[in-house]
Design a protein around this ligand. Structure first.
Ligand code: 6R9
Length: 655
């Protein structure tokens, strides 16, 4: 954001209270990081030993980035559901609260589940899935609201060795259909409806619409709101009926460490979203270890991550990380501004939350509503704060630190990706002074490297020093994605071919003299809207599907709340006139095609798009114009029709 560089010098020391009792001081971090680099196998075996293995791994790391092959703990056997639930029940944690569910409306009752109760629920769901025909290795699509049953569905799949593919509850029927088709999923788990800010989300109806295009064997429907839904005979089953009489026993499948655990679709710079595949062993170890150290989690603390289980943050830091670590996690169904703008802080106060993890976009939105919403609640329970999803601007950082964290709670700014499985670069609460706007230092085992566009190394942990370039990671880590479902070639192309032998993140980054990393945003055609990743190509494809649209080019531009907004340049078919009604129509169109998060913020109609003579759209120029930055348009002489640019600038200024 704009003020990042101005305040780049600010350093906030580690609060004394954060050092007391921490699992990792600065000195310990240095020693552990060094060991994770010098003897990664010993280091990761040690971390892995906190988990139960049906068969202990003897091989720890086994990977190469050229050719690409990634394996961790490859002869080990385990089940993540066992480590999240059974292990704790067996070790005397059965009666500890594992999950606190805060519903959409503060008027509705809170639900709490102990580890033993979750286990019982998960076994019931696992046996119900089996009864439906789900077998080990089958892909199960999960389209659920933020309710405990969403987490149970994921754990139930893991328990029986089925691969879950969670589709965010805000996605459209088309998006569901594409994802079901891509991973050849024969089963769907959904709820009747979701609830967000008192509005009902027609989940089952969306599944029905998706299933007009493709078919599945069975749909398991969980009753949540009790709203009316259509049930297709022979295909759809109510969970509460169909689960009657299933056995109360269901042993965990013995999974090899490299067996797939889940698929999660994420946007890239080209084509359809990719089904990123995570496997069992490495992901288990990575999420347990990062959860434990990044949040410096302490026995008995209440931890709350406001993400949705439809995103990777929900997977790793609502479900798998906290439960494997034996924590108490809060799950919230609603939204930050319902019934009022103090909802987050009211929930923190009500449940005495100790660790709070959210996105900068939410912080910015709440900051705008004024301080009274925050100060009227007792937030003294908060010990550690976290952010994820996009860079945080220092102004929002300070507000979060001073008002929410009463000037004491350390903030961990966690940089990571769907593909990384868990935290990659972050300060640790008791170890590192903070620099507002910087994600901080690499997590154990992470070797970042900055390279220029030609691949020349500018800086890494062994060279040290300050530099700015494209962020690569040069060693594998246990939580790394293993492939793109059904398209390993695309995996190699997307992540390992730009800089051969290195994992390329798609992010730009600066490293300062203290070894702190500052993410500067995507360097590819991916935009980050409210912390959600979106390929500009996806929005473009949706727009050109409309009968009146000839061509579209989509770029990101700075947006006060969302971080980036969606700016669409649209060329209409001959004879079609642009007007407000069409603007509305196209916005609604994209909403239905992809989902509300993809709604264009700005439509700019233009008779043509600036292209090179070879026909390539000059996105660089479109980005600059959208940013209102006309001074540095660069060389426009290679354009087929340079005069178009003047028209575009005029069009931008007239808004
Ligand atoms: C976890 C998640 C990944 C992209 C990533 C980067 C951006 C995430 C960030 C951040 C700056 C942070 N990003 N965390 N940028 N600081 N702390 O968000 O995964 O949805 O796959 O997005 O988000 O651009 O490349 P995902």
């Amino acid at each position: 954001m704009q003020d990042t560089l101005e305040h780049a010098g600010e350093i906030v020391p580690v609060p004394a209270a954060a050092i007391e009792g921490t699992s990792c001081t600065g000195g310990q971090y240095d020693a552990m990081y060094a060991r994770s680099m010098d003897d990664p196998d010993a280091f990761w075996l040690e971390q892995a030993e906190r988990l139960d293995w049906f068969k202990k791994p003897t091989k720890i790391s086994g990977w190469s980035f050229d050719p690409v092959e990634i394996k961790w703990f490859e002869d080990g056997e385990l089940n993540i559901c066992h480590n999240a639930l059974d292990r704790h029940v067996a070790n005397g944690r059965g009666d500890q609260t594992a999950l606190i569910f805060e519903p959409d409306s503060p008027e509705d009752p809170v639900r709490k589940f102990t580890y033993a109760e979750i286990l019982e629920n998960v076994i019931r769901m696992a046996n119900t899935l089996k009864k439906m025909g789900v077998q080990r290795g089958d892909r199960v699509t999960v389209y659920m609201p933020m309710v405990p049953e969403g987490a149970f569905a994921m754990l139930a799949c893991a328990r029986i060795g089925a691969v879950h593919s969670v589709v965010f509850g805000g996605f459209s029927p088309d998006a569901i259909a594409n994802r079901i088709e891509d991973c050849q999923s024969d089963y769907v788990i959904c709820a009747d409806e979701g609830l967000r800010g008192s509005k009902r989300v027609p989940l089952k109806a969306n599944v029905d619409a998706a299933l007009e295009k493709i078919s599945v064997k069975a749909v398991l429907v969980i009753r949540h709101t009790g709203g009316d839904v259509a049930m297709t005979e022979g295909r759809d089953h109510w969970f509460h009926e169909y689960s009657e009489g299933v056995s109360t026993e269901c042993p965990c499948e013995v999974m090899n460490a490299e067996d797939p655990l889940f698929i999660l679709y994420t946007s890239g710079s080209t084509g359809k979203p990719k089904g990123v595949v995570h496997t069992t062993g490495g992901y288990s170890v990575w999420t347990e270890t990062t959860f434990r150290y990044t949040f410096d989690y302490r026995e008995g603390e209440v931890y709350w991550c406001t993400a949705d289980i439809g995103w990777v943050t929900g997977h790793s830091y609502i479900v798998y990380g906290p439960l494997q670590a034996g924590g108490t996690a809060l799950m919230f169904e609603g939204v930050p501004n319902y019934p009022a703008h103090d909802r987050f802080w009211q929930v923190v106060d009500k449940h005495k939350v100790n660790i709070f993890y959210t996105a900068p976009t939410a912080i910015r939105a709440l900051m705008r509503e004024g301080n009274d919403h925050v100060t009227k609640h007792d937030l003294s329970s908060l010990r550690v704060l976290g952010t994820v999803g996009e860079p945080i601007n220092p102004e929002a950082w300070r507000w979060y630190h001073e008002l929410v964290g009463h000037g004491e709670a350390p903030i961990v700014d966690t940089w990571w990706q769907t593909e990384t499985g868990g935290h990659m670069i972050t300060t640790l609460p008791g170890a590192h002074p903070m620099k507002p706007g910087s994600a901080g230092r690499p997590f154990f085992g992470i070797a970042p490297q900055l390279v220029d566009n030609d691949g020349t190394v500018l800086a890494d942990e062994s060279t040290g020093g300050a530099a700015e370039g494209n962020l690569c990671i040069i060693r594998s880590w246990p939580g790394q994605a293993r492939t793109v479902y059904g398209d390993h070639e695309r995996f190699i192309q997307t992540y390992f071919s730009t800089y051969r032998g290195k994992y390329f993140t798609g992010d730009g980054c600066r490293r300062d003299e203290d070894g702190y990393y500052w993410i500067t945003g995507r360097v590819d055609d991916v935009i980050n809207v409210s912390g959600h990743r979106m390929g500009t190509a996806e929005v473009e494809s949706a727009l050109v599907l409309h009968e009146k649209v000839a061509e579209a080019a989509v770029v990101g531009y700075p947006h006060d709340i969302k971080g980036q907004g969606i700016y669409c340049y649209v060329t209409l078919n001959a004879g079609v006139d642009a007007d407000d009604a069409l603007t509305k129509e196209l916005r609604a169109w994209v909403r239905t095609e992809i989902g509300p998060i993809a709604t264009p913020d700005h439509l700019h109609f233009t008779p043509g798009l600036p292209k090179t003579r070879s026909g390539k759209i000059m996105r660089r120029i479109l980005r600059k114009i959208a940013e209102n930055d006309y001074g540095s348009l660069g060389d426009t002489s290679t354009l087929a029709d340079p005069s178009l640019v003047d028209g575009l600038i005029e069009g931008r200024l007239n808004r």
